[in-house]
Design a protein around this ligand. Structure first.
Ligand SMILES: Cc1ncc(COP(=O)(O)O)c(C=O)c1O
Length: 360
């Protein structure tokens, strides 16, 4: 008899990150992981480098200064903030703490892959609700909630689709859930949306809502792995019991604090993403693709049925030309591709590569 993992582990498809290498291409243009086109705040980079003088010391396990800085920035309670190695870790902690084998997690059909990994790792089953036109359908999600449901995940804006729904619909989703069901509202792209990201806090008073945020997108610190959850106090206490003590490194904490203070960088990033996605969507539409309504720092395109190349052909052809976008077959969207809004050089390279491919 060999050791066997819990039954739901076999259902997990390992996370497939956006590609960062193409065979035979020395320098690629990476538009596959929704990273910040402008890099990160110079102040954050300086804080990271300064922290290098103390690499022999453990970080502050409570990340007190970072939690205080976040609390001041958003006018929220620092004791309700739980820091994670990316928001991915918050999803994982929440699932470990609140899902038992046989429980059910409900998510929209086109959902961020890490949620299901976390739920299944905890022994739970995942039920995916149909979407409408690649957007979250609140009624369909509520229809999936039954006596076994313990957790519901939703992101607004969503990835991989890039679409958003009105915040009132998120509130309707919450209002339709029994109080013992936790709603995790993933705000990884909140600041890029057309709605005011402040509306997230309207759900902060609920006893069963975890709001998650990340430093990976707006703040451009993806490699440092800093994310956080804003939790009801009892939930924060539960997550902190199982959180590994030193999960966010000291350089990451220092850089995150500096990043929070650089309002000019974040404003530029938002402006760049909004203008860039509008330009990219227009170009893609002109080329005959369907651009899904883009509300984050990327555009998801659908290749129409009659198009002369498939999404897989385009993905391959772009990679051969050194431009990496995200294939979405593992998200159940084999006719779609997700393209991050890059910097001007990257967007010109994408444009040229795609034109050469379509012309070829
Ligand atoms: C919807 C969504 N949530 C969360 C994340 C992960 O964020 P983090 O880097 O904080 O783990 C991503 C990353 O691509 C994402 O698309």
């Amino acid at each position: 008899m060999t050791p066997t993992p819990k039954p739901t582990i076999a259902e997990i498809e390992p996370y497939r990150p956006g590609k960062s290498q193409a065979h035979g291409v020395a320098r690629v243009i990476k538009l596959s992981a929704n990273e910040n086109a402008l890099g990160c705040s110079p102040a954050a980079r300086r804080a990271f480098v300064e922290a290098a003088s103390s690499l022999h010391l453990y970080p502050d396990s409570r990340a007190a200064k970072l939690r205080e800085a976040l609390a001041a920035r958003h006018d929220i309670a620092s004791e309700r903030i739980v820091l994670g190695a990316g928001s991915d870790e918050i999803f994982s902690l929440a699932c470990q703490a609140y899902l038992s084998p046989g429980d059910v997690m409900v998510q929209p059909r086109f959902a961020f892959a890490a949620w299901a990994i976390a739920a299944r790792a905890a022994g739970a089953h995942v039920v995916s609700a149909p979407e409408r036109e690649y957007a979250v359908d609140v009624d369909a999600m509520l229809a999936c909630v039954d006596a076994r449901t313990r957790m519901v995940f939703v992101a607004n804006p969503a990835s991989p689709t890039g679409t958003s729904i009105p915040f009132a619909d998120i509130e309707r989703l919450h209002a339709g859930l029994p109080e013992h069901v936790i709603l995790i509202l993933d705000g990884a792209y909140a600041e890029f949306a057309d709605f005011d990201a402040a509306c997230y806090w309207r759900l902060a008073g609920a006893p069963n809502v975890i709001l998650t945020r990340t430093f990976s997108k707006l703040y451009g610190l993806a490699t440092l792995r800093v994310g956080w959850g804003y939790c009801p106090k009892p939930v924060a206490d539960a997550l902190n019991r199982i959180r590994l003590p030193f999960n966010v490194s000291a350089p990451a904490q220092a850089a995150a604090i500096a990043a929070l203070e650089d309002a000019a960088f974040t404003a530029r990033s938002i402006e760049h993403a909004k203008a860039g996605r509008a330009r990219l969507a227009a170009t893609l539409t002109e080329m005959g693709f369907v651009a899904l309504p883009a509300t984050a720092n990327f555009v998801t395109l659908r290749v129409p049925d009659a198009f002369r190349l498939s999404a897989a052909d385009i993905n391959r052809g772009l990679a051969e030309r050194g431009v990496l976008v995200r294939a979405l077959d593992n998200y159940g969207m084999p006719d779609c591709l997700r393209v991050t809004v890059g910097d001007d050089v990257a967007m010109s390279a994408f444009d040229a590569a795609l034109r050469s491919l379509l012309g070829a």
